[in-house]
Design a protein around this ligand. Structure first.
Ligand SMILES: NC(=O)c1ccc[n+]([C@@H]2O[C@H](COP(=O)([O-])OP(=O)(O)OC[C@H]3O[C@@H](n4cnc5c(N)ncnc54)[C@H](OP(=O)(O)O)[C@@H]3O)[C@@H](O)[C@H]2O)c1
Length: 248
């Protein structure tokens, strides 16, 4: 049981619990790859639930979070919550399983696009630095790129595979540069308490998106499936008569 932040409404308090504690574990729970001041942190879905929390947590630790998004408005949202820049993934086309390693032409095209994506990170940072940490959750569509752009000795940490479970790793980029690929799920009690304290202190924004009454649950489930336009976290009221209650 975690104490609710008194200054937040019920829906604000509920919004970030799952994604925030998960992001906290991804960034702090896997030593020695815990987020450090000055680290470059690449965050997929930066305007989404996990992403908007990961950006804030990385930024408040003095790291340099970069969001990946599918349009400019989502990019602006990343900047608002603390990213130093964003990459629009719609500008690239090398997503999903890369061509087989013996397909020389396909491999050349894939790695050219992946390199162009990586050079966007350098452009944002202002120097040739790759992400020390990559916050993964799309999975099949993005894992090959995450492993490719991750810094030598860095970590790709994943909590999901929203686009598919068959994530591919080109092992050459993985072993030769001694990268770590780490699964992460939920959080432990200490991590949940530490994250909740940040919310209670007002140090992290809950990123409340849309709030809907309980009878609209099927509609918003459908909208989620369609990838509809909501930033941060959608909340469904359960028991509360209306939004805006619960704050002292
Ligand atoms: N294991 C755990 O403990 C745990 C805990 C919480 C959540 N999760 C999982 O983590 C995942 C993310 O949750 P969430 O709440 O952040 O979801 P969300 O708010 O819907 O955000 C997901 C983001 O993924 C991005 N995305 C969608 N399709 C993509 C693609 N093809 N390539 C790259 N990015 C894509 C979208 O951003 P753009 O379109 O802007 O790129 C979107 O903002 C879900 O699968 C969820 O179930 C796991």
């Amino acid at each position: 049981m975690l104490a609710k932040a008194p200054q937040l409404t019920w829906e604000e308090a509920a919004a970030p619990s799952l994604v925030g504690t998960t992001a906290y574990r991804m960034l702090h729970g896997w030593p020695p790859h815990t987020v450090q001041r000055g680290d470059v942190v690449l965050v997929w879905g930066g305007s989404g639930g996990v992403g908007s929390q990961a950006i804030q947590l990385a930024a408040r630790g003095g790291a340099l979070p970069i969001g990946v998004v599918s349009d400019e408005r989502r990019g602006e949202y990343c900047l608002k919550v603390g990213a130093i820049g964003f990459i629009n993934r719609s500008d690239f086309h090398h997503w999903g399983t890369p061509p087989h390693w013996d397909d020389v032409t396909g491999q050349r095209e894939w790695s050219a696009s992946a390199r162009a994506f990586g050079s966007q990170i350098w452009k944002i940072i202002g120097e040739r630095r790759n992400p020390n940490l990559v916050i993964e959750h799309p999975g099949e569509a993005t894992l090959p790129t995450s492993i490719f752009v991750c810094e030598r000795g860095g970590m790709v940490v994943t909590c999901a595979a929203t686009t598919g479970y068959s994530g591919t790793v080109d092992l050459r980029y993985h072993w030769a540069l001694q990268k770590r690929f780490q699964g992460s799920h939920g959080s432990n009690d200490d991590q949940a308490i530490a994250y909740n304290q940040l919310i209670r202190d007002g140090a992290v924004d809950p990123c409340l998106g849309e709030v809907v009454p309980f009878d609209q649950l099927p509609t918003v489930h459908h909208a989620m499936g369609e990838g509809e336009d909501v930033f941060g976290n959608r909340v469904v009221l359960v028991g509360a008569r209306r939004a805006g209650l619960g704050a002292t």
